[in-house]
Ligand binder design. Structure first.
Ligand code: DC
Length: 236
């Protein structure tokens, strides 16, 4: 029997804290961190750059199959508060994929079956190498269903919108909280009801709510679970 690779999956809605928690857990365990949302965002940016209608499933899927995506640890020169560097056909798009226009189109792009197929294949290749914390919407259900530890992280809509609002303010952006709340509600509904791999918790996922908890409390909870569920690394 082959053992399933050492992978921790963290799924959940936007601003549930999964990227922050995932990155910290990966650092503590010496694992690779992969934010799969960044991959869907990069494909969205590629479509927008080419002037392709993001509702055109064929055209966008074709882009997803042909772009070169690379997510890696930032070099010293790149360190500007980023969690990782995203390269799209060799170009650094780490911040561009966070732009509001990408936010507006990414759900449509991520709903195309052809796009998901291309992304999932890449994610599974990375997952098979093991020692990875993988964050997204369908990682526990579709990408790595045999992962030994699957987390579904959630928080109330209001708390998530509030976090995004504070992040934007910290970056010097002006946003309307009510609009942000409405956009987030819409994106949740869209991601959770699409035909291909809708966002949901795997039946065997451990559900955690980050509402009212500090980052370190959630990280500690995941690390306790990791110590129980993951094989001890072979040493010596
Ligand atoms: O986590 P995020 O906000 O960066 O994700 C961007 C979009 O990508 C989001 O609308 C849902 C989609 N997504 C997905 O469908 N599957 C994943 N594994 C990760 C993200």
């Amino acid at each position: 029997m082959t053992e399933s690779p050492q992978v921790i999956t963290i799924d959940g809605p936007a601003a549930s804290g999964k990227s922050t928690i995932g990155k910290l857990v990966a650092e503590r365990l010496g694992f690779v961190y992969l934010d799969t949302g960044a991959m869907y965002r990069a494909v969205t940016l590629a479509a927008l750059q080419r002037g392709v209608d993001t509702n055109d499933a064929m055209a966008v899927s074709d882009i997803a199959r042909h772009v070169r995506l690379d997510l890696r640890t930032p070099t010293l020169e790149e360190a500007d508060g980023r969690q990782y560097t995203v390269l799209l056909d060799g170009e650094d798009v780490t911040w561009e994929i966070r732009a509001p226009r990408v936010d507006r189109h990414v759900s449509a792009v991520a709903a195309h079956g052809g796009v998901r197929e291309a992304m999932v294949a890449q994610q599974q290749r990375i997952g098979q190498q093991g020692a990875v914390v993988m964050v997204g919407r369908d990682i526990g259900t579709v990408v790595m269903p045999d992962a030994p530890l699957k987390i579904y992280l959630d928080a109330s809509l209001e708390e998530r919108a509030h976090r995004r609002y504070l992040e934007a303010v910290a970056r010097g952006e002006r946003l309307d909280y009510e609009q942000l709340l409405a956009a987030m509600r819409k994106r949740d509904a869209y991601d959770g009801s699409r035909d291909h791999s809708p966002m949901r918790a795997a039946a065997d996922a451990i559900q955690l709510s980050s509402t009212g908890l500090s980052i370190s409390e959630v990280v500690d909870a995941v690390l306790v679970l990791a110590a129980e569920r993951l094989r001890r690394p072979v040493t010596g």
